[in-house]
Each structure stands twice: as C-alpha cells, then as structure tokens.
Design a protein around this ligand. Structure first.
Ligand code: UTP
Length: 248
C-alpha cells in the first residue's frame, strides 16, 4: 500500500518553537510524533511512503534518511492540505483505483492503529475508500471537516461548517484511505475555507459527482477506536503526551 504524510505546513499555532523544530518532529516519549505516524502506516501495510515537506523542515529528511521506504517531496508554497496531498500523489507512480493512505503529520492516535483498522474496513468492502471519523462536541464542529453519513457511507462533507449548518457531529480525524483518482479532483480544486485548497472540498466533489462519471467512488465513514490527538497546538500536544503516555 502507498501512503502520503503531509508535513509541509507552517505550524503557526505552535510558534515560536516551530521556527526551529517542525511540529511533526516534537517528541512523544523517545520518538518524534512523525515516527509514530510512519510506524502506524507501516504496520497497516504501507511499503511506499511519501512525506510532503517544505524548505526549512529538513530535520524531517535528515531523521528518516536511512529508511528506504520513505521518499520526500517539497510543497513550495503552503496552499493547503489538498494541495500537499496533490503533490504527494503526483510523486507516486502507477496510481490506480486502489486506495492510498493519507495520514496527517500532526495527528497521532492513542489506543489503536487507526490506519490498520481502516484498511480492514476497506478490504471488507471490496477496496472502497474509508475516512476515519471521531465524534466532536457540536460547538467545535467549525474546527473540522464534517461528514454526512447514510448508513456507513459518506454522502456529503463540509469543511469547517458553523454548528447551525453542520450536517452532523462526525469529524474527519486525520486519516484517509482514498481512491488514487482523487488526484484529478485535487488538480481542479478551487481554494475554499481560509483561501486554502481543501482536501475535504475535493473529496466532496468526488463523492457528489460520482454518478456523473464512469466510476463509482464508494466512501465509507468509520469511527475508529482510540483517540486522535492534534499536536498542531500546545494544548493538543500536552493532551497527546498524556494520552500516549497512558498507552505505554
Ligand atoms: P494544519 O491544518 O494543522 O496546518 O495542517 P498548518 O499550516 O501546519 O498549521 P498552522 O495553522 O499554521 O498552525 C495539517 C497537516 O497538513 C500539513 C501540515 O504540515 C500538517 O501536518 N499541511 C498543511 C501541508 O503539508 N501543507 C499545507 O499547505 C497545509
């Protein structure tokens, strides 16, 4: 399985330390967070991993330089998560309909291997796409991509909706298994919330226009056991240390 880890963001919510240490390299015990994410991807079956970085984040490259299963690509301009994933996908050869694993470089999961659990859901559904989900308090939905489910299937997605308009309280939780053909949707994706090219928007187009295309994109939502910890800000990082420590 192929995997992409976007880790090119500015990390402004975690300044000043992110001026010298990428947030993805902050330690969780004896390992950088990013190594826990790489380990998760590998034990879920990833044998080809592309990490998307930016200039100034060479520490990441240096740390993983002896790992033959990892390659690096640069996102020259931080145009958003969707753009970073597009660059990662372009670096992968022989993309087909089989799902590519995408793991956010600043999200660690305590208590389970979310990617492995999602890969099992995909396999049980003929190799369909899967998005890892978590339930969030209604008043916080505007921080996340929120999905609408019909049964187990994702039928709609909205990036950072207001609590009044959110289709549910189910948030995208940092892990995706997506059909490689998402690349075509990312290439034509206009900037959305925050002026960024949003992965959520491209997935939405893929799902909602699927009936117009020769392909059908089955996309399942799966609430994985375990908790996503967002280390993109100091509070989240402290919570992550606590949660990951309890699982040691
Ligand atoms: P975030 O949404 O947390 O963005 O990215 P950010 O820019 O890193 O953080 P702030 O808002 O400045 O504090 C989620 C993941 O996607 C990557 C980040 O590195 C992080 O691992 N990302 C985000 C990219 O690779 N490129 C981008 O343009 C944006």
């Amino acid at each position: 399985m192929k995997a992409i880890i976007p880790a090119a963001g500015h990390g402004t919510r975690f300044q000043p330390v992110t001026r010298v240490i990428p947030k993805e390299m902050l330690p969780i015990g004896s390992k950088p967070a990013l190594e826990l994410i790489v380990d998760e991807a590998k034990s879920a079956g990833a044998d080809e991993i592309v990490i998307v970085i930016s200039h100034g984040k060479e520490l990441i490259r240096e740390y993983f330089k002896d790992d033959p299963s990892i390659r690096f690509v640069y996102q020259e301009e931080q145009k958003g998560l969707g753009h970073a994933v597009m660059i990662g996908l372009e670096a992968l050869e022989n993309l087909d309909a089989s799902p590519v694993l995408i793991l956010l470089g600043d999200a660690v999961v305590a208590g389970c291997n979310a990617s492995a659990a999602m890969a099992a859901v995909s396999a049980a559904n003929g190799g369909a796409g899967v998005i890892g989900l978590e339930r969030v308090p209604r008043e916080k939905v505007s921080r996340y991509g929120i999905v609408r489910l019909e049964g187990d299937r994702i039928v709609d997605l909205v990036e950072k909706p207001s609590p009044e308009t959110a289709p549910s309280d189910l948030a995208i939780a940092g892990r995706y298994l997506l059909d490689g053909r998402i690349l075509e949707f990312l290439r034509t994706q206009e900037p959305g919330k925050g002026g960024e090219i949003q992965l959520t928007d491209a997935i939405r187009r893929m799902v909602t226009t699927s009936h117009l295309s020769p392909f059908t994109f089955h996309l399942y939502g799966y609430i994985y056991p375990g908790r996503r910890q967002d280390i993109g800000n100091p509070k989240g990082y402290f919570d992550a240390l606590k949660a990951m420590g309890e699982n040691e």
